[in-house]
Design a protein. Structure first.
Length: 368
């Protein structure tokens, strides 16, 4: 055997030895990484192991490590990043299952990447808390990347409720969903979670006062476009502003109520006893309110009388009697004048104005 043949043999032997050593090295390395990932609780070691495996798994696969074993050990985010390469190598991958296996505490995942891989985006969005949108742009991003409008709307509840203090932002979000197919009743349902319309705690209205004002007073009339009916929010608005419309100065009367607020609703939700107390506090009588505010604004005296009945004003009570007499004097046919005459007593009234009115009322109606 000549020297050249010997050199070839030595070269081949060295090559085979190197390959064998290389195979042993990568197989051993994989086993070490596998053990570390399965058993270690050291975050730095785990991060290093995942990173090394993600970079060198092709060499381990060439060295004879089974592809299924490699996939089981790889971090799910690394599988997503190298999805096509693993598939080309022969791995059978279920993108939805891989996404579900992503451990908690990770950053926001790449929605565009998952969408391009054919993942069930609704399923991912529902089960991943990190995808709950915190801005309008994130809402848009979810929909662009395959999350349905309904699921996005449901996920956006916290953002919507948290925008209650900013009417323009809230309207922008709700209009976006409405224009993308969310039913108006669902929009109203969301608004009703913000604005109480039945059982109202007045102290809770302060932080949403701007929103209530915007819905009731909005000159652009934008809220009805998305199915919001301003009249449905009359009660909380009246609770906030009733004191501003109980005077006799032109700017302080019911004639200035917003279009969405009827005089009837204003009186009903404010309550006649409260109106009487506020009017008296400002040195006026309920007669002043009726003659200089309520009737000139277009109020119906019989509606006011119905509120007196609703408040259960009593003819035998001197204070209630005076209110009922004022209503009768203003033209109400629902007041029982016979009972007014029966219970009317001048000695109950010491104030000059009240005394003069009662005296005149009793004389006129007795003669009649």
């Amino acid at each position: 055997m000549n020297i050249i043949n010997k050199l070839h043999i030595l070269k081949d032997t060295a090559s085979l030895t190197y390959e064998k050593l290389s195979q042993n090295f990568w197989c051993g390395t994989f086993q070490a990484l596998q053990k570390c990932i399965q058993e270690s609780e050291d975050e730095k070691k785990l991060s290093s192991a995942y990173s090394f495996l993600a970079k060198h798994w092709p060499k381990m696969y060439e060295a004879g490590v089974g592809l299924e074993e490699i996939v089981q050990v790889l971090h799910p985010l690394d599988i997503i990043e190298q999805f096509e390469a693993l598939q080309d190598a022969g791995a059978h991958l279920d993108i939805d299952q891989i996404v579900r296996s992503i451990p908690g505490g990770h950053g926001k995942i790449d929605l565009h990447r998952l969408h391009s891989l054919g993942a069930d985006m609704d399923l991912i969005a529902i089960h991943d808390d990190s995808l709950e949108p915190c801005s309008f742009d994130e809402i848009n991003d979810l929909i662009i990347n395959g999350v349905s409008v309904q699921v996005t709307f449901d996920l956006s509840e916290s953002l919507i409720l948290g925008s209650a203090e900013y009417p323009d932002t809230l309207f922008k979000i709700l209009y976006f969903f409405y224009s993308h197919g969310i039913d108006s009743w669902k929009i109203r349902e969301m608004i009703n979670k913000i604005i109480p319309v039945k059982f109202i705690d007045e102290s809770s209205l302060l932080y949403i006062a701007d929103l209530i004002d915007d819905i009731i007073e909005d000159p652009s009339n934008r809220w009805p476009v998305i199915g919001i009916k301003p009249k449905e929010y009359s009660k909380p608005w009246i609770y906030l502003h009733c004191d501003d419309y109980l005077g006799i100065k032109p700017e302080k009367t019911l004639a200035n109520l917003p279009k969405a607020i009827s005089i009837r609703d204003f009186i009903h939700f404010t309550g006649l006893p409260y109106i009487i107390s506020k009017v008296n506090y400002h040195g006026l009588t309920i007669k002043d309110f009726i003659d200089l505010n309520y009737l000139p604004a277009g109020g119906d005296i019989e509606e006011l009388t119905k509120e007196a009945n609703y408040a259960r004003l009593q003819y035998e009570d001197p204070i209630d009697w005076l209110t009922l007499a004022y209503l009768s004097d203003s033209g109400s046919k629902l007041i029982n004048r016979q009972m007014l005459l029966e219970y009317g007593n001048l000695s109950h009234y010491t104030g000059l104005m009240d005394y003069d009115f009662v005296k005149r009322f009793m004389e006129n109606n007795s003669a009649h």
